[in-house]
Structures are given as C-alpha cells and as structure tokens.
Design a protein around this ligand. Structure first.
Ligand code: AMP
Length: 175
C-alpha cells in the first residue's frame, strides 16, 4: 500500500492555509494504482453487502467501481438540492458552519447491508452523517471504506463509537 501513498498528490495550503490537501486525482489517473485501490477497498466486503453508498463527489468514483467489483448496485449520497426525487437530509458540522447531504427516500430496502465509501476520512463528520442517512432510510451499515485516513483527526474513532468499523488503505500524518 506504500505504492498507493506515492500516487496521491499532496497540495499544501489548499483550499486554505494550513490544510494539506490529499489529491486522489493522480491515483484515479493511474490504471494499475486505481485497480489496486478498488480491489483493496472491496476485498473485505465480498459477498457481505447488498449495495454501496458513495459520498459526492470523489466517493462516487471509488464507490461506483467498488460496487461493480462487489456485484451490487450503487446509491449516491449528494450535497443538498442535487437529487431529483424525494430525499431526506442530514446536517453535519464543518470547520466553519454546517452542510447537508441527502439520499433518496427509496434508495434502500429495509435491512439491506450497505457499505459507505468515500475517498478520505478526516474528522468523520461527513461519514457520520452518511451513516445516519443510511440508517434512517432502513439500511444496515455493514462498514465504511476510505482510501485515506487522517488518524489525528479522529474520524475512524468517531465511527467506532457508533459501532461502525472502518476499512482504510493508507494513512497520513497531520490535517
Ligand atoms: P470529514 O467530514 O472531516 O471526515 O472530511 C471528509 C471529507 O472532506 C471527504 O469527503 C474528503 O474528500 C474531504 N477532505 C477533508 N480533508 C481533506 C484533505 N486534507 N484532503 C482532501 N480531502 C479532504
């Protein structure tokens, strides 16, 4: 997995000073690296989930490919106002202010086992909101999978406090 790490570009002070942005477009653009990331994200969940929910927007790229690998469907979790049918929303806290993500009310059948996928977990606020959305529409969260963990920000621990296990491929120090 150290190879994967080298395929992720680090951009200092983006989108604002003090943030080290982990740019996965370089990984997505590398055929062997992208395939190995998708294989590794999917491996623990083979035969164990009914659908994958991906978080807009980079979670769509990884989540869609993981869903195909697992032989199941894909459910988009989107920013407020983007989904065309009836939705429910969940607010979450950002460093400054709040945001809302939404899911279609009928996206999940009761009791379906759902894997939540995003590119990166930092504080875990976004993933926690996705866990709540999936639960509120009747799904059972089977786990969460992320390419990147920023352990110092505590997101994996936050999800664990809700009884949700996280599968991550690489970790970086700092924010
Ligand atoms: P959080 O809700 O704090 O866990 O933040 C996770 C979301 O913000 C994910 O959708 C990431 O794509 C994005 N994100 C947070 N921090 C970074 C970072 N340092 N580099 C790239 N994306 C980030």
């Amino acid at each position: 997995m150290n190879d994967l790490k080298s395929l992720i570009r680090a951009i200092p002070d983006y989108p604002k000073p003090g943030i080290m942005f982990r740019d996965v477009t370089t990984l997505m653009g590398h055929p062997a690296g992208f395939k190995s990331a998708i294989d590794a994200l999917a491996a623990p969940f083979m035969g164990k989930v009914d659908a994958v929910a991906g978080i807009e927007a980079r979670g769509f790229v990884f989540g869609g490919a993981v869903a195909e690998k697992l032989g199941c469907g894909f459910i988009p979790v989107r920013k407020k106002g983007k989904l065309p049918w009836t939705t429910i929303g969940q607010q979450y806290t950002l460093e400054y202010g709040i945001d809302t993500i939404e899911i279609h009310l009928d996206a999940i059948q009761k009791g379906q086992r759902i894997l939540i996928v995003d590119d990166l977990i930092a504080t875990g606020g976004t993933a926690e909101a996705a866990v709540k959305l999936v639960s509120r529409v009747g799904g059972t969260v089977a786990g969460c999978a992320f390419v990147i963990d920023l352990p110092e920000l505590g997101g994996v621990k936050l999800l664990a406090s809700h009884g949700i296990a996280s599968h991550t491929l690489v970790a970086f120090e700092g924010h």
